[in-house]
Design a protein around this ligand. Structure first.
Ligand code: PEP
Length: 251
């Protein structure tokens, strides 16, 4: 009942010519998108060029971040209306690199998420614990706290627009993936939190992606878990061959 969403986060990679070449290769090799949604999130500078190529194709476009104001004197920031104008349907908020390197906290992430919703962008809310937090037995507390804070003041009607990405920080870019069973357990905890906040029916509609070293050789097992509804893919989304294999996951 939930359409899986495979999203590629290109981070700070790809000039415009490189981005165009990657999208052209993706479109050439795209498998039949039977009941699955795919999305790429290029850097801001490549959004326009990539968006033009993706128009009327099965691959969607997303931003990697957004500021909460619509416009104003916010040097370096990009707003939700600007992302919409570039053709984006989704935006990532609260990625661990934004939280850790740029010092973003839950309150800011929540403002960004609500700004996205207010401008008809679907937010992908990233949550996840660090290695020391996991080792200290705090993983669930941290993740549940991030989910609750990220969704503060988000009403029932908006919830189905939200995607949650569980990305254990220790698994991002490290090759150290959570086991499918551990990932499933955390996804079930996140869904239980959504049930507490919004009720069973609404919680069942929300897609929860797993992210953290998703690769062609582990995607099938991850995607076979009942509460894993997609993947947020970093490194393996940077080449057409690996991302196409991930989009074409077999359950
Ligand atoms: C990410 O950037 O969200 C991510 C999960 O990266 P990687 O797949 O490289 O671990």
């Amino acid at each position: 009942m939930r359409t899986p969403l495979i999203a590629g986060n290109w981070k700070m990679y790809k000039t415009v010519p490189e981005a165009v070449a990657l999208v052209e290769a993706l479109l050439r090799g795209l498998p039949a998108m039977d009941g699955c949604e795919a999305l790429v999130c290029p850097p801001f500078t490549a959004l326009h060029a990539v968006g033009g190529l993706l128009r009327d194709t099965p691959i969607g476009l997303g931003g990697q971040d957004v500021f909460y104001e619509a416009q104003g004197a916010y040097t370096g920031a990009i707003s939700a209306p600007m992302l919409r104008d570039a053709g984006c349907a989704y935006v990532i908020v609260g990625h661990s690199e934004r939280r850790q390197i740029f010092g973003e906290g839950d309150a800011l992430v929540n403002r960004k998420l609500r700004a996205a919703l207010a401008h008809s962008l679907r937010p992908i809310l990233c949550v996840g614990e660090t290695k020391p937090q996991r080792d200290a037995g705090q993983a669930e507390t941290i993740v549940v706290g991030q989910v609750r804070a990220g969704l503060a003041e988000v009403g029932d009607a908006a919830l189905p627009e939200v995607v949650i990405a569980y990305e254990p920080v220790w698994a991002i870019g490290t090759g150290d993936t959570a086991t499918p069973a551990d990932a499933q357990a955390m996804h079930a905890t996140i869904r239980h939190t959504l049930v507490e906040l919004y009720g069973m029916q609404a919680a069942e509609q929300v897609r929860i992606q797993y992210g953290g070293s998703v690769k062609p050789d582990n995607v099938d097992e991850l995607m076979s878990q009942p509460d894993i509804d997609g993947a947020l893919v970093g490194g393996a989304s940077l080449t057409a061959e690996s991302f196409l294999r991930i989009i074409g996951f077999r359950q």
